[in-house]
Design a protein around this ligand. Structure first.
Ligand code: SF4
Ligand code: SF4
Length: 86
């Protein structure tokens, strides 16, 4: 069963361990630190409507717990820019 929280900013609580790197990195303060039912510290993207899709949280997360839901393949566009493809 999925343990993903959020719709635009999707955090997989089975991977997140509450390191807070995404909280520090996010320019629009999307995340809150919370405790799940099992007592684990995780982040909840409660202000995901403020997300500007900068992808910084995805990049800084050490365990790839965050997935930013993007429309129209913009992640592919970013990837191709990063790879410098022509
Ligand atoms: S993509 Fe950027 S604005 Fe959106 S939650 Fe991640 S760090 Fe914050
Ligand atoms: S950076 Fe990743 S592991 Fe750390 S709190 Fe954020 S989602 Fe969880």
């Amino acid at each position: 069963m999925s343990n993903v929280h959020g719709h635009i900013v999707r955090v997989d609580w089975s991977l997140c361990y509450g390191c807070e790197k995404c909280i520090t990195a996010c320019p629009t303060d999307v995340f809150n630190i919370v405790t799940d039912r099992a007592g684990r510290v995780v982040v909840d993207p409660i202000r995901e409507s403020d997300c500007i899709l900068c992808l910084v949280c995805e990049i800084v997360c050490p365990v790839k717990a965050i997935d930013i839901e993007q429309k129209e393949g913009s992640e592919d566009t970013l990837q191709s820019l990063l790879e410098g493809s022509d």
